[in-house]
Design a protein around this ligand. Structure first.
Ligand code: NDP
Length: 326
């Protein structure tokens, strides 16, 4: 099988496309023929070594994949089943999806909803599934389309693009914060009603600003997240899932204690099984597949290293799907 392999020998960090026997795959009770994987922000960090995402070496990166079961010692899956995997430390501590086969624990797999092909599942990928988890947080908090504008940050990226498509289809009025105003037409085609330049929210500002958002989905962190909290309406919610702009949170408690704003953390990696199922089930009904296609770019396994650099530089629009078979 072919796979990307990350090695770290004497602090020389290197990612290469390698060929090896699948008997080298780590332990697990289900073997999957990976058809597609996604190139996510975390994969790009792992592949480039820009952040310490990888916990042991050598490592096959890839935090998600979709494919067919080719061998199973579990009652949960049989040969021929189509499955999808997100997270659980795969691609960080356990060999992941950026290869042609993966051996994993059956508990980590979800049956692929029949609404999707394996390619579409990875066009959604961990970014899209996380976008859905964020939308579920807004709904759980009771935010309704009539309550006002929803802000989506990092809008032209993977999580942002899918979040906009989902929210627009559900009838919400979506505003997109982006550092790429040149992507305005693209963002409008996904359903956003207006564009805000990132610079308007990326500098330090007052603890409280004018109330504007009924809800926020934030992938950026740092000043953008602090400013989003400071401009959320009384009783609104901010779903925070990312750190594309920084891991810090340089704000104040004012929005929480004076406006009852809720800050909801969203994690996709260790998210309980039932919630994952709910997210994938909702994606099957609430995501427009034509829009999904419009935000998707196909690449090959061998392109993933170069594309990782572009992704971290904020140059990739929407989602990258990696075809793992040759
Ligand atoms: P992408 O790279 O596809 O998108 C990130 C977007 O953030 C970019 O397109 C850009 O949008 C914006 N951005 C990039 N750099 C900066 C910067 N320095 N300052 C401000 N904005 C910036 O990544 P994903 O959408 O896949 O992931 C986004 C974030 O969400 C990442 O931090 C990722 O780790 C996190 N994430 C977390 C998950 C979880 O379980 N909590 C799961 C999935 C993702 P634009 O050009 O429009 O401004």
């Amino acid at each position: 099988m072919k796979a990307l392999l990350i090695e770290n020998n004497n602090n020389v960090y290197q990612t290469e496309l390698k060929e090896f026997d699948d008997s080298l795959l780590p332990e697990g009770n289900v073997m999957v023929e990976v058809e597609y994987s996604g190139l996510n922000y975390k994969d790009a960090l792992a592949i480039t070594g820009k952040s310490p995402v990888v916990r042991q070496f050598p490592m096959v990166p890839g935090i998600d994949f979709a494919g067919k079961v080719i061998q199973s010692d579990s009652d949960k899956f049989k040969e021929g089943d189509t499955v999808v995997l997100n997270g659980w430390g795969v691609g960080e501590r356990h060999w992941g999806g950026l290869g042609q086969r993966a051996r994993v624990n059956a508990d980590w797999l979800i049956p692929l909803p029949s609404a999707f092909t394996t390619r579409q599942a990875m066009a959604i990928g961990t970014a899209g599934y996380t976008a859905m988890l964020c939308v579920l947080e807004l709904e759980k908090h009771g935010v309704k389309p009539d309550d006002g504008e929803i802000l989506v940050t990092g809008a032209a990226g993977g999580v942002g693009s899918v979040a906009i498509a989902l929210l627009a289809k559900l009838g919400y009025q979506v505003m997109a914060l982006t550092g790429r105003p040149s992507e305005a037409d693209y963002l409008k085609s996904l359903g956003t009603q207006g564009i805000i330049d990132r610079s308007e929210m990326s500098e330090p500002s007052r603890p409280l600003g004018k109330e504007r958002w009924a809800g926020v989905i934030d992938v950026v962190g740092s000043h953008v997240l602090a400013n989003a909290c400071a401009t959320t309406k009384y009783g609104g919610i901010v779903a925070a899932c990312g750190l594309a702009g920084g891991m810090d949170l340089p704000g104040s408690v004012a929005p929480f204690i004076l406006r009852g704003v809720k800050l909801a953390g969203v994690d996709s990696v260790m998210c309980p099984y039932e919630k994952r199922l709910e997210a994938w089930t909702r994606l099957a009904t609430d995501l427009d597949l034509e829009l999904l296609e419009s935000l998707t770019t196909d690449i090959q396994l061998e392109d993933a290293i170069e594309k990782s650099k572009a992704l971290l530089a904020g140059e990739i629009r929407g989602r990258l799907v990696v075809k793992t078979s040759s």
